[in-house]
Design a protein around this ligand. Structure first.
Ligand code: GLY
Length: 368
């Protein structure tokens, strides 16, 4: 069977419209029994709080239904509570504000959205540690216990800094983003093309102290969403800098990902997990597909597109719930290998599915 992106885009759109009609400006992380949860009052600083609004903006770019835009704008305003809470600001500002304020500013030119983006970018740049040349992940209680942590996911947040550099003609933002991405090439990328999730630096000297397993199975194993963050993240740094080292890094991780992809096209939580485990991560598949489609565009190598289509077809045939009376599309996402819960809907999986499908239809909006 062949992938039919136009018909899938229609299904995603119809389903999202029904979800917004039912849920208004809820900020979902997941769907429980087909009903979106809501982070508005429980965790307004959670790192995934921009994805649903980002998906609504993507779909608004596809079909201009004001209901989608209004829900996305309302979510963006709710995130101001996070923007005003220093302890809730972390390395994930790109995920939160590129997909909300970034989308709004690109698509409507709203000056308040620009202001939010600049505040978020400035905060993100302030997390840079010159000693190790990395943007620190996560916060601690002020005891410095997390000052040396950096994670591969953060590559996806760098476009916020590239944007600020261009917007303000201020090279400092670009210098921070580029330095962090170079550190990722040097300290996260392994000789076989896979990447570590976490690198622990000595925050005073910048020396690498440890590479724990993070959200993957174990130290040295290959957490699949981390591989996807690296494929797409290095590709984005190439798009924004033109530095061929980033393209080469993205291709190395992509080749590793492709050579480890199971015949089913369905992606496990960790490429090294025991074969008897059925734990999957559809979000890793959807994010990798987005990165691979960009790689095909940048290199002209059609094999990247073929693998992206294979990943998306496997999802479309086996893992998509398109019933419009239920929230959430992808059924088999996993946040972390060691979690007690696996194979459920998570909002960032749905976002990357929508982004990939709309990209294939030529109707996507580039938000990174
Ligand atoms: N950024 C955290 C994750 O990928 O789960």
């Amino acid at each position: 069977m062949e992938l039919d992106p136009v018909s899938i885009a229609e299904k995603i759109y119809t389903k999202a419209l029904c979800s917004v009609r039912r849920n208004g400006d809820r900020i979902p992380y997941s769907a429980e029994d087909g009903v979106f949860d809501d982070k508005t009052d429980t965790d307004i600083c959670w790192w995934t709080n921009g994805f649903w609004a980002g998906m609504l903006w993507q779909l608004w770019g596809y079909r201009n239904d004001p209901l989608l835009r209004d829900a996305a704008v309302s979510i963006e305003r709710k995130l101001d509570k996070n923007l005003m809470l220093a302890s809730g600001m972390d390395h994930d500002s790109g995920f939160k504000w590129l997909l909300t304020s970034g989308a709004n500013y690109r698509l409507t030119g709203d000056p308040d959205s620009r202001n939010r983006l600049l505040l978020a970018a400035t905060n993100l740049a302030g997390r840079f540690n010159p000693a190790g040349q990395y943007i620190r992940a996560w916060n601690d209680s002020g005891d410095g216990s997390k000052a040396g942590l950096a994670i591969i996911d953060c590559l996806m947040n760098l476009p916020l800094l590239y944007w600020a550099a261009d917007e303000l003609s201020d090279i400092r933002f670009r210098a921070v983003a580029t330095a962090h991405a170079k550190t990722a090439l040097r300290c996260f990328l392994r000789p076989n093309g896979s990447v570590n999730h976490i690198v622990v630096f000595d925050p005073g000297t910048g020396r690498v102290l440890d590479t724990p397993g993070g959200q993957g199975m174990a130290p040295g194993s290959s957490w699949t969403r981390g591989q996807s963050w690296a494929i797409y993240g290095f590709t984005l740094s190439f798009i924004h800098t033109g530095d061929a080292e980033f393209l080469s890094g993205a291709r190395r991780v992509a080749d590793y990902f492709i050579s480890n992809l199971p015949a089913s096209g369905l992606v496990p939580v960790d490429f090294d997990q025991p074969p008897e485990l059925d734990w999957e991560d559809d979000s890793a598949a959807a994010c990798a597909a987005c990165g691979l489609l960009e790689l095909e565009r940048l290199t002209g190598e059609t094999r990247y597109r073929h693998i992206a289509l294979r990943l998306l077809l496997a999802l479309a045939e086996n893992r998509c719930d398109f019933r419009s009376d239920r929230d959430g599309i992808l059924t088999h996402c996993t946040a972390a290998y060691r979690d007690s819960r696996h194979n459920y809907n998570i909002i960032y999986g749905d976002y990357f599915l929508a982004e990939a499908i709309l990209k294939l239809c030529g109707k996507g909006t580039f938000l990174w």
